[in-house]
Write a protein that binds this ligand. Structure first.
Ligand code: 4AD
Ligand code: MG
Length: 364
């Protein structure tokens, strides 16, 4: 509807202004609006996602998401990064072949991108510091609070950079996101009932670092994970325990090579490890960032590509990046919706994206 009236300052209003209404004109009538204040089941709400977006909580979450996107561009511009757009249709599978969306590309096979990283590496060799930001796809058969089939990822890649410097950028970026949401989304955080004091703790740097070896010891010493042994990947309960232990986002560094992708650089003194880090968010939100140093030796990389069961001819260009002058480089990927879910304090990732693609859901 159109509302006509005089606007005046009023401190009682959250926005600082009120309108003294003189006239209201209804421009679009609505009969029996399906979403009412009563409790609706999740399936009903998801079936009406196109309308559900109008409710105050969904409105607030999307505003926070928008602020995080805005702050992302500001942060990487201020840090001297160039945005480089990676393709969505691709022939490569950086994060493993089991979760690929297959499609046809005229007379050959193609996949929907799982990650823009390999292209970001080409960009880092040309521009020094780049980031990609786009939709990524994983045909994951997992139905959890943390998994989407289609999600947006921010992937910075930096030339002449080792792990520690990359971790410093990661924590600075995450603290910047939290700070900007605090500064610009006060009203939205109130709607969401998100505790601002808790968020403020996450702007305090540095974030703790713990090695994978130490993380395993912590989990074993807790008595809560009797079956956890060295070499295991962490599930959601392990990640929650570790992050709660530190009450801040925590980096778990240098995981076993066997559970990480082919492109990661091996540890110089521990052959069973790679130089990598996952950032785990507190309050049970789990991994929000995955990153690593990259293998720079074309011979070793070629062997890893073969070992991963990938077709070498699809990676010749990626090997060229090493053959024709490579430098130490590192990068990472932040899952936007994981970070939005955490910062807004929501319980399920489906609320962090306007139209979530979930296992068995592609409507609306
Ligand atoms: O740890 P991942 O798989 O790392 C990569 O894709 C690297 N290529 C990143 C890089 O080094 N450039 O994914 C990175 C992040 C995760 O930490 C998580 O936040 C998010 O992407 N993510 C998902 N978010 C929602 N749904 C899923 N199914 C996700 N899978 C990963
Ligand atoms: Mg990961």
């Amino acid at each position: 509807m159109y509302v006509t009236g005089e606007i005046h300052e009023d401190t009682r209003s959250h926005f600082g202004y009120e309108i003294a209404i003189e006239d209201i004109e209804v421009v679009g009538e609505s009969e029996e609006y399906p979403i009412t204040p009563k409790e609706h089941g999740t399936d009903f709400l998801m079936d009406h996602r196109h309308l559900w977006l109008r409710s105050s909580k969904q409105f607030a979450i999307m505003k926070v998401r928008n602020e995080m996107i805005r702050a992302t561009y500001e942060f990487f511009a201020q840090e001297g990064f160039t945005k480089l757009d990676a393709p969505i249709l691709t022939g490569s599978a950086p994060e493993g072949t089991s979760e690929l969306f297959h499609t046809e590309y005229f007379d050959r096979d193609a996949y929907l991108s799982q990650s823009g990283q390999l292209y970001a590496e080409a960009g880092a060799m040309a521009y020094g510091k780049v980031f990609t930001f786009g939709p990524t796809f994983r045909a994951e058969k997992s139905k959890t609070r943390r998994h989407l089939i289609e999600f947006w990822m921010i992937e910075p890649e930096m030339a002449f950079m080792h792990q520690e410097e990359s971790l410093e950028i990661q924590e600075k970026y995450v603290a910047f996101l939290v700070q900007n949401v605090l500064d610009h989304c006060d009203y939205e955080l109130d709607i969401l009932g998100r505790d601002k004091e808790t968020l403020r703790k996450y702007t305090q740097l540095p974030f703790p670092r713990v090695s994978y070896d130490e993380a395993i010891e912590l989990l074993q010493a807790s008595g809560e994970f009797p079956d956890t042994k060295w070499g295991d990947d962490f599930g959601s309960p392990e990640e929650t325990y570790l992050a709660n232990h530190f009450e801040k986002p925590v980096f778990v560094v240098n995981y076993p090579k066997a559970i990480k992708p082919f492109y990661m650089k091996p540890h110089p003194t521990r052959e069973d490890l790679v130089i990598c880090a996952d950032m785990l968010a507190p309050e049970g939100y789990g991994e929000i960032i995955g990153g690593s140093e990259r293998e720079t030796d074309s011979v070793k990389l070629e062997a890893e590509i073969k070992k991963a069961g990938l077709d070498l001819k699809d990676y010749e260009w990626y090997l060229d990046l090493r053959r024709y002058g490579s430098v130490p480089h590192s990068g990472f990927g932040l899952g936007l919706e994981r970070a939005v879910t955490w910062i807004t304090g929501e319980s399920h990732i489906r609320e962090a994206i306007p139209f979530p693609r979930l296992l068995n859901r592609i409507y609306p």
